[in-house]
Design a protein around this ligand. Structure first.
Ligand code: MN
Length: 731
């Protein structure tokens, strides 16, 4: 017999009553009965696809919700979950009759039922999950919705095949993962297994048959393990409860069909579950298990000290029996067991007092009272709404999830407007937007989007964005796209302005070209750049996309190479000698093609810590970080944006000027010794002079060329060999 038979399964109100009666919870039975009567009357003659009276669907959903141990309002809402959607009953009526809580729960379920799940993409599934959680202000809404989905799966077989497969896909991608996140294993497993039946009936059957064939052997195996364990714990650990457990068909399916393993290769196809009273007992049982059976290395997991995000706690270990058959042992307390099966729903269960539980049988009922008090005490500190809030935060952060009318979900930051949505869909949709509708109604353009909104962007050909939108929209990308459009749109003005700016700068730099040369010059330059025409280039200069101070050095260099050998004359007096961009050996952060010169105030050398200063029109001048002309705190300096980070290129091969101050005991021939030493090292000397200091010492100042910091270090060491030298300083 199939574990999850496809034969439609319905539960009527009397079954709901018996579930509620057999539980220890305090339910408001009058309210629940009233909700049932109201639902029955409202659905009237309505029937399910299969011809079954409609009311049996809500009563069945209410049974699932009741079995999870949920509260009176959840059960009433389950009974009434389809009345607002499918009958003439209004939200206000429900609110009047059953209170705001029930009305809000029903409203929440109705809202998330309207979400169109059109897409199959992984990313979209993730967004839809997040959106569902974000939309449900109350986590009970999700639990009722899960029960609704589950019951629809239990009664799916009369529906067309495509419908079944679509719903099954949604379950796999959206609802089962949510159930997993909420820790409601019972619903997760059944949703997945029932969905798999429709998605791969043959694969499902194969696993199911294998499990059935091996069932008897498995039962015997579990019995022998059980006996062994009970013998060893006897008198040491009280109330040890042991059961065998088979993995869900879907999880076996994932490990066999999708990971290419055989049933025998999966250690935890079945497991032995040990439930005890206290956490300490858990670890004691673990010790005994490892004593009797040989543990498989690296298969022990302590989810007690490190619970899973969905609150799951247990000790897991895989061991070998005497015939070397591997099996998993799960060890947990009763509290952990309830949380493992019912997840967040277990917390309502505890709040109300424990319900009956079929999986544990009589032994379980025995334990209920004992465990109940313990759990009640523990949970007093922990408010279920806090847990729910954490889960919601986990899922939704601060984003909003908005639908397009086609059903695609868009993820936007809180505070986004339809403008942001339009630009997220497509730049052209943004540019042509003239308005927006939310759920069919026109909204102002600065409307703040909410999760679950279905937002339709109204566009018109030949329309263009409004500049005021830049301040209205939220996302940086929408803002920049609007700006971009304006740059493009104001092209004519930009061209005129760019041309004028360039002409001015040419004049200032002494670049003189006749019309033919001018065109030729730019044709050559533009080949290397992304600009198709000279007008494109002007426009870029005009709106600031190209900054003249960045490109002028390059243009000048090009001009010099091509037309004027004597450009040097026009350059500013402090212009660097021999050092241009190509050989400077300095990388300027964020720019290239920039003229680099070395400041005369500190003569930086390769290896020195340096910084660049963007001069007005003459490239970047490089200073030592320690130079007195570099502000101590650049951010607080007058023009912080002019200071740029720069680094030495590897393997700089150019000579650098360096000034040394040599202090020595004054003697005849000192200057000559210095000169000879430097000459022997083939050092080029720019200047050399000496002065007496009056205390029998002399200071020699030498300005020389060195090939970098290491070279300088060598020079200094050679110089210090000279007789009477006391100190050599770089200045
Ligand atoms: Mn329903």
């Amino acid at each position: 017999m199939s574990k999850y038979s496809k034969v439609a399964h319905y539960q009527d109100f009397s079954e709901l009553e018996s579930i509620l009666e057999s539980s220890n919870n305090n339910y408001d039975m009058d309210k629940i009965r009233k909700a049932y009567k109201f639902a029955e009357k409202s659905h009237g003659d309505q029937r399910r696809e299969s011809g079954i009276p409609y009311i049996l669907h809500p009563t069945s959903v209410a049974c699932i919700v009741a079995e999870l141990g949920m509260d009176t309002d959840s059960i009433c809402s389950a009974l009434l979950h389809d009345v607002v959607e499918d009958t003439p009953v209004t939200f206000q009526e429900v609110e009047k009759l059953f209170g705001q809580d029930v009305a809000n729960l029903i409203d929440g379920v109705t809202k998330i039922s309207k979400i169109p799940y059109s897409t199959r993409e992984q990313q979209q599934a993730e967004n839809i999950r997040k959106m569902l959680i974000a939309m449900a202000n109350d986590i009970r809404v999700i639990i009722i919705k899960l029960a609704d989905r589950l019951h629809n799966m239990r009664t799916m077989d009369c529906m067309p095949e495509q419908h079944c497969r679509d719903k099954s896909h949604e379950n796999m991608q959206v609802f089962a993962p949510i159930a997993h996140r909420l820790g409601i294993k019972t619903i997760k497993d059944e949703l997945e297994d029932r969905s798999l039946q429709y998605l791969d009936p043959i694969g499902y059957k194969e696993i199911e048959d294998t499990l059935l064939l091996t069932e008897e052997g498995r039962d015997k195996f579990v019995e022998s393990i059980k006996k062994n364990l009970l013998d060893k714990t006897e008198g040491m650990i009280p109330n040890v409860y042991i059961s065998g457990r088979v993995k869900s068909i879907n999880s076996i399916y994932r490990k066999t069909f999708m990971q290419g393993r055989t049933l025998e290769q999966i250690y935890d196809v079945f497991a032995v579950r040990v439930i005890v009273d206290t956490v300490r007992d858990c670890y004691n049982v673990l010790g005994i298990v490892h004593d009797i059976f040989k543990p498989i290395p690296n298969r022990f997991k302590d989810y007690i000290s490190m619970p899973k995000p969905n609150m799951y706690q247990s000790l897991h270990t895989t061991v070998l029996d005497k015939n070397a058959i591997p099996f998993e042992v799960q060890i947990r307390t009763w509290e952990m067991h309830y949380t493992a099966e019912y997840g967040i729903a277990a917390h309502w269960k505890y709040k109300l007092g424990m319900g009956s539980d079929k999986t544990g049988g009589d032994r379980l009922t025995e334990n209920i009272q004992k465990v109940k008090k313990m759990i009640m005490d523990q949970l007093e500190a922990e408010d279920v709404t806090d847990i729910a809030k954490n889960i919601r935060n986990d899922f939704a952060e601060n984003d909003v999830y908005v639908f397009s009318p086609k059903g695609d979900v868009f993820n936007l930051p809180q505070g986004s407007t339809p403008i942001d949505m339009a630009y997220l869909i497509h730049t052209q949709v943004g540019h042509r937007m003239i308005g927006a509708k939310i759920s069919g109604k026109i909204v102002p353009i600065d409307y703040k989007l909410k999760t679950g909104d279905i937002c339709e962007i109204i566009t018109q050909k030949d329309e263009h964005p409004n500049k005021a939108w830049i301040d209205i929209c939220k996302t940086a990308s929408a803002k920049s796209k609007i700006r971009q459009w304006y740059k493009h749109e104001k092209r004519d003005e930009n061209i005129v302005e760019g041309k004028q700016m360039l002409e001015r700068e040419f004049k200032r730099n002494g670049i003189n070209l006749n019309e033919y040369e001018y065109e030729e010059f730019f044709r050559k330059m533009l080949l290397k750049k992304q600009y198709g025409t000279i007008d494109d280039f002007y426009a870029a200069v005009g709106y600031g996309g190209v900054q003249l101070w960045k490109i002028m050095p390059r243009l000048k260099e090009e001009y010099q190479k091509t037309y004027a050998a004597d450009i040097e004359k026009i350059e500013v007096p402090q212009a660097p000698v021999k050092r241009n961009k190509a050989t400077s050996g300095v990388v300027i952060e964020g720019t290239d093609d920039v003229l680099v010169k070395f400041s005369n105030c500190c003569n930086p050398l390769p290896g020195d810590d340096i910084i660049g200063y963007i001069t007005r029109g003459y490239g970047v001048s490089i200073h030592k970080r320690s130079c007195t002309n570099v502000p101590k705190d650049i951010l607080k300096s007058e023009e912080p944006e002019r200071w740029v980070n720069c680094y030495w290129e590897d393997g700089v091969g150019e000579a650098f000027r360096s000034t040394l101050q040599i202090t020595a005991i004054d003697r005849t021939g000192l200057l000559a010794d210095v000169t000879i030493k430097l000459s022997n090292m083939h050092i080029f000397i720019h200047s050399l002079n000496s002065r007496e200091t009056g205390d029998g010492k002399a200071v020699v100042t030498a300005t020389i060329d060195v090939m970098g910091k290491n070279h300088l270090r060598g020079v200094l060491s050679k110089l210090s060999d000279i007789n009477g030298i006391e100190e050599i300083k770089r200045v």
